[in-house]
Write a protein that binds this ligand. Structure first.
Ligand code: ADP
Ligand code: MG
Length: 234
């Protein structure tokens, strides 16, 4: 496999083409953004941590029947992935109220939910990833009904698996965001699963071990990311 030119540079990662049209290299940067890139910074070694955390989690999911774009990790900051046609819908799963839903529903962060929530957002930086539902997805042709069903079922399965995975490592999986894409007629999990897109609270202390430390200037950001890597490798 030969790495070729840049295909896309996003806020946290760069995608490179390879000599195989079905495969891309996903490079993880240290750049961090929040509030739709209204806040920018760097988290030392975040790229290395997120590459390795994603590898660990994609492998764990694959062992448990959830398919993703992950092929193999190439080095500290790069992984080989299957090229996806990304579905422009972010799928969010919530176990505890935090962030936008706590604001939207007027409850305190940390409020227990009576049931798991699955939400959809339209993946659009210009619009600030607005909240949408299945009717909007259908009306704008963002995904087929079948794809929405697969994304929802997969997201709930990932939630079950990762809730247990993190619980065994002393971490509460509060919520997380997934992206999916199409590859040879299949819908696969794409992007990354890392402290950038998950809320992870230390069991007991409820100390935040995720990007909220950056969003809210809580300090010890690098330490929190390193701690997550250490724990997922257990
Ligand atoms: P963004 O700023 O758009 O969130 P990122 O920095 O997260 O971008 O870079 C990753 C980009 O590549 C995202 O837009 C994501 O949807 C897309 N992507 C993730 N995995 C794949 C894949 N396997 N094939 C094609 N695109 C992908
Ligand atoms: Mg992204």
């Amino acid at each position: 496999m030969k790495k070729l030119g840049k295909l896309y540079e996003g806020k946290a990662k760069v995608l490179y083409e390879t000599d195989d049209p079905n495969l891309l290299v996903q490079y993880f940067k240290d750049d961090a953004t929040a509030f739709n890139a209204g806040k920018k910074g760097v988290i030392g070694d975040k790229g290395v941590v997120n590459n390795k955390v994603s590898e660990r989690i994609f492998k764990y999911l694959s062992e448990n029947g959830v398919k993703s774009h992950f092929v193999e990790r190439l080095d500290d900051r790069e992984m080989l992935v299957k090229r996806l046609e990304i579905i422009q819908v972010e799928v969010i799963v919530r176990n505890v109220a935090a962030g936008s839903i706590a604001r939207r529903m007027g409850v305190e962060e940390g409020t227990e939910l009576k049931d798991t929530i699955v939400e959809f957002c339209y993946k659009s930086d210009e619009l600030g990833d607005p909240f949408i539902n299945e009717y909007v997805i259908r009306a704008f042709g963002l995904a087929s009904d079948d794809e929405v069903r697969v994304m929802t079922e997969t997201a709930l399965k990932v939630n079950e698996l990762l809730t247990r995975f993190f619980d065994e490592r002393g971490i509460v999986l509060v919520d997380f965001k997934l992206e999916f894409g199409r590859h040879n007629g299949e819908v696969l999990l794409g992007d990354e699963i890392t402290p950038d897109g998950c809320r992870l609270w230390e069991k007991g202390t409820l100390e935040k071990l995720d990007k909220d430390r950056f969003r809210r200037d809580l300090g010890k950001i690098e330490e929190a990311y390193a701690e997550v890597l250490r724990k997922v490798m257990e």
